[in-house]
Ligand binder design. Structure first.
Ligand code: G3P
Ligand code: CA
Length: 276
């Protein structure tokens, strides 16, 4: 599944101009209107990350996608949590993979953020898919796959079971820092777009990008690496590019100016069209 090609986008824009629809619309506004706003770990600036409260906030703020991190419990359930231990974001201790789903489901995943969110739980991927498919796009990060053999198949099964594995549904994207995991998932469900997460310049060379483009639809770098040149090089290979993680509004305009396709942010309202 490849994103819409640059040629197609250019033709669409040209058609719009001929119809007079784009007359007077600045290039800056077009970029702002087209950019995909991704609520990072849900709208995690406003609610505890990777909880249903944060995902609900993503929808309320009209983000285009919510992002989540998926790992496996001791008994092989797909659970939504960022760190490989529960220590930072819950009232428990220990590694995610040493705890059963029953044990994980007892933890309070809200109080670390604010007492107002006491009692928020660690969701499962299935819960999130069932609650939010059709309401908002879902960007699934497969986290630390080296700890979880078989996680790609489990994620693929969760999608297939819900008929979310078909071409052009356009509303589920898989990403990971582990390139082998991304490639493995792509082979399982080739119609689901996949992205490479990176915070390494070595993965942004022309050679590396060309290799990724053999299977990936997106390159999603740390925002520190974004430049117009990088965006153009990624687009030339018919891939999209989404930047992370915006936690300060000052980063938004430079990213729009560089031409990124997506902005991954804890604060969806930092992207101007989502402001109240
Ligand atoms: O979606 C990008 C971002 O989630 C990658 O970093 O550590 O927040 O999972 P991290
Ligand atoms: Ca993530």
């Amino acid at each position: 599944m490849k994103r819409m090609g640059k040629t197609a986008i250019v033709l669409m824009l040209a058609a719009g101009l001929m119809a007079g629809q784009a007359a007077g619309v600045s290039a800056a506004t077009e970029k702002e209107d087209k950019v995909i706003t991704v609520a990072h770990r849900g709208a995690s600036g406003y609610a505890p990350e990777n909880t249903m409260a944060a995902f609900e906030q993503s929808v309320a703020m009209k983000a285009d996608f919510l992002e989540l991190d998926v790992q496996l419990s001791k008994d092989g359930r797909l659970v939504i949590i960022h760190d490989t231990t529960v220590d930072r974001t819950t009232d428990g201790t220990g590694t995610v993979r040493s705890l059963t789903y029953e044990e994980l489901s007892q933890l309070d995943a809200g109080s670390f953020f604010s007492p107002a969110f006491q009692g928020e739980k660690i969701p499962t991927l299935e819960q999130v898919l069932d609650e939010y498919r059709g309401k908002i796009g879902i960007l699934i990060e497969i986290k630390a796959s080296y700890l979880y053999p078989g996680i790609e198949q489990k994620v693929a099964d969760a999608l297939s079971d819900r008929n979310l594995d078909k071409p052009n549904n356009g509303k589920v994207i898989i990403q990971s820092f582990e390139t082998a995991s991304v490639e493995k998932f792509h082979k399982l469900l080739p119609d689901i777009p996949v992205g490479i997460l990176t915070s390494s310049a070595n993965q942004l060379t022309d050679e590396a990008l060309a290799q990724f483009s053999t299977y990936a639809d997106y390159i999603n770098p740390n925002l520190a690496y974004i430049s117009e040149d990088l965006v153009n090089r990624v687009h030339a290979l018919d891939m999209g590019i989404m930047a992370w993680t915006v936690r300060n509004a000052v980063y938004v305009q430079p990213l729009l100016d560089a031409g990124v396709d997506g902005i991954i942010t804890d604060y969806p309202d930092y992207v101007p069209r989502h402001r109240g």
